[in-house]
Design a protein around this ligand. Structure first.
Ligand SMILES: [Zn+2]
Ligand SMILES: [Zn+2]
Length: 341
């Protein structure tokens, strides 16, 4: 079958013909209809140190949807032809985190497109317990984005103590930033979404969704937040970028006893003005991945239209155009880039 493969411990990916996966008794074979490129896939593409322990070669992709083409004898509740998407993490189910409802922090998890073959291919094998049904109201292209929406939902709903009427500043207008900004607004917050000069297209998408945007290379964010809050500061700063200056900015714009949630993956250690954090009693917390329950919640939010998904998709490529697709995603000329196998 045709696939996008990370072959060597060096930058790049290749399009390749690889064997069609065989399924275990508890797995289904999904005929992939859409697979999106995630920010983490760009880290893999560049082969940054955060991914040095990945399995090679591996078929990439953890954000995908499709139709069930085969089902093993132990598969329950799903049949051939069903429209589905999958969770991206196979948690072990036995470690202390899995047993306390924190599967996203599993000690022994494996991820599609990093440890096992993923969805940027014609077919992918998936354990049926990771499946979620894709409702008829949602396209396959939208289905592929339920995984990143689930992440954003976990970061906002489970990891950030947001309250009605809060001012939330979302630093970074990538897909997770735009999803999170929509979620904060849905939770009753006033939201400011920030970006930089290169984010022109993403600003257009965010504006189209009615979100307030601030280009921090052109406008003084700290001044704006100060004016907006009578000098107090934002209730929430949400760092959805791996750019270190955003962390520093978050400590400057958040109010005393405010919350900073950090979800960016940073290529190097970040210097934080810690005395600010201490003297102003700021809470600084990380948030990672999603829990299984976030998938059903995200499907409901997308299905009802409460959160807009398809607006984020700007580019579609054949698997053969792997390099072009990754370069497009890297250049930030659009927002979500998908493979349509
Ligand atoms: Zn992802
Ligand atoms: Zn576990």
């Amino acid at each position: 079958m045709r696939a996008v493969v990370k072959r060597k411990p060096e930058p790049g990916v290749v399009f390749a013909e690889v064997p069609k996966p065989t399924i275990a008794a508890d797995e289904v074979l999904i005929e992939v209809k859409a697979a999106a490129i995630c920010g983490s896939d760009l880290g893999i593409y560049d082969y940054t140190p955060a991914y040095s322990k990945m399995r090679l070669p591996v078929v990439m992709g953890h954000e995908f949807s499709g139709k069930i083409a085969e089902a093993g004898p132990q598969v329950k509740g799903y049949a051939i032809g069903d429209r589905v998407l999958a969770e991206s993490v196979k948690a072990c189910a036995v470690c202390v985190y899995c047993r306390s409802g924190h599967e996203n922090l599993c000690d022994a998890s494996t991820l599609f497109g990093i440890h096992v073959d993923g969805g940027m291919a014609e077919y992918v094998a998936v354990p049926y317990r990771l499946l979620h049904r894709l409702p008829g109201e949602l396209s396959f292209e939208e289905g592929a984005l339920i995984e990143p929406l689930s992440n954003a939902l976990h970061f906002v709903k489970d990891c950030t103590p947001i309250r009605l009427g809060d001012l939330a500043v979302v630093h970074g207008c990538g897909p997770i930033g735009i999803f999170s900004a929509q979620l904060f607004r849905l939770a009753g917050a006033e939201v400011i979404l920030t970006g930089v000069n290169v984010d022109t297209e993403r600003f257009k998408i965010a504006s189209g969704l009615g979100l307030e945007i601030v280009n921090v290379e052109k406008e003084d964010l700290a001044k704006l937040v100060s004016e907006r809050t009578g000098g107090r500061g934002a209730d929430i700063a949400f760092v959805a970028t791996g750019a270190p200056p955003a962390v520093v900015q978050a400590t400057q714009i958040v109010k005393k006893r405010g919350q900073i949630t950090i979800i960016g993956i940073f290529g190097r250690p970040v210097e934080v003005p810690m005395t600010q954090v201490v003297r102003r009693e700021i809470t600084l917390s990380g948030a990672y991945d999603a829990k299984p329950e976030n998938f059903d919640q995200s499907i409901r939010l997308a299905k009802s239209g409460a959160i807009k998904v398809k607006e984020l998709i700007t580019h579609r490529f054949l698997l053969e155009k792997a390099r072009e697709a990754f370069e497009t995603a890297k250049s930030r000329v659009g927002c979500k880039v998908e493979f349509i196998p």
